[in-house]
Write a protein that binds this ligand. Structure first.
Ligand code: TUI
Length: 325
């Protein structure tokens, strides 16, 4: 495997996406125990809550795990300080530039891999001294940039000299093999783990992911705010209609749309509310068709990639020379 994953000591070069409100201690523990890198999604949660999640994972495994820090959170400073205190193995970041937090995190032994949607940001992050980047295409669920994984990953790989993890549009062995062919050393998957047995989200959310077709997602926030891919629901269709009206009217009164958006992620994940909640998911929702344990997901995806890459030098990415047990 690549030096990054050798150093981490995971069995598979697979990150579980740090999905806000979704990726809690329970899911991260299951993924890490099964040989992937489980990641707790800090989202908008306060530092005390995230610390409790970290402690819950630490109490049950010696395997490495990570925390995703969502940089639009009002609690970022406290969360960074707490994560450094807890000496978490890996931090991924989303929705911003984590450069100013790097010294603090790396001094604690934490590897920092920001999620980047463009070559420009990847290069800026590498100049700041990151340990790797997660290049995320717009096939992903949640907040996205504008490039696809197929176009983004090789361009980032060519532009930087740190390990690149590919994310967005990957949900099986074929996607993983393709990502390795594009030059990534590993992958991150979110949507496939949304329906892991160990994922505690409202049953309506899981059912909506399982029922989704290839064209089952849309992008909100293209006209106002932040672009985010979500499942098509009454709520998300209304949101896009309202956005278009606002954009066309030229008004700068965003009150109505802010009211619709505020808290919608929590209403989707926890309440399963199709009318007022949002269900973030990637374009691969259409190929996620069954709930299964995280361990099975990891083993299936890695075995699928290994089969496709048999005989290729790329297969080396899939074979740990050192498994920490
Ligand atoms: O962050 C994500 N995915 C997310 S964050 C999130 S919570 C949220 N919900 C609604 C609106 C906003 C946030 C749900 N899903 N993925 C990683 C990601 N990072 N995608 C895009 C970016 C990004 C975008 C611009 C990273 C950096 C950036 O540039 C900032 C700068 O300073 O130049």
């Amino acid at each position: 495997m690549s030096p990054l994953f050798e150093a981490l000591g995971t069995r598979y070069p697979i990150f579980q996406g740090g999905m806000a409100w979704v990726a809690d201690a329970h899911l991260a523990l299951a993924v890490s125990e099964a040989g992937g890198l489980g990641i707790i999604g800090a989202g908008h949660a306060p530092a005390d809550y995230v610390r409790a999640q970290i402690r819950a994972v630490k109490a049950r495994t010696t395997r490495p795990f990570g925390v995703n820090i969502m940089l639009l959170s009002p609690y970022v400073d406290e969360i960074v300080a707490m994560v450094a205190e807890e000496h978490v193995a890996v931090v991924t970041t989303g929705a911003g530039d984590p450069a100013k937090y790097l010294p603090q995190l790396q001094a604690a032994g934490t590897k920092v891999l920001p999620v980047v949607p463009s070559v420009g940001l990847a290069k800026r992050m590498v100049r700041a001294g990151v340990d790797g980047v997660v290049a995320e295409g717009m096939e992903s669920g949640g907040h996205i940039g504008s490039l696809t994984t197929m176009a983004l990953v090789p361009q980032v790989v060519d532009a930087v000299d740190v390990p690149v993890i590919a994310a967005g549009g990957i949900a099986d062995g074929r996607g993983m093999a393709a990502a390795l062919a594009l030059g990534a050393v590993g992958v991150q998957m979110g949507t496939r783990f949304l329906v892991a047995t160990e994922t505690h989200i409202h049953p309506n959310y899981k059912a909506a992911v399982l029922a989704a077709k290839d064209v089952g997602t849309l992008v909100t926030g293209q006209y106002v705010g932040h672009a985010a891919r979500v499942l098509k629901t009454p709520m998300s269709r209304n949101f896009v209609t309202l956005e278009k009206q606002i954009a066309l009217s030229g008004t700068d009164d965003f009150t109505a749309i802010e009211e619709l958006g505020n808290g919608s992620l929590r209403r989707g994940v926890q309440d399963g509310d199709r009318e007022r909640g949002s269900f973030m998911a990637g374009e691969v929702a259409g190929m996620v068709t069954k709930e299964q344990p995280a361990a099975e997901i990891l083993a299936e995806v890695a075995a699928g990639a290994a089969k496709l890459l048999a005989g290729s030098p790329l297969a080396a990415n899939l074979h740990p020379t050192k498994v920490v047990s």
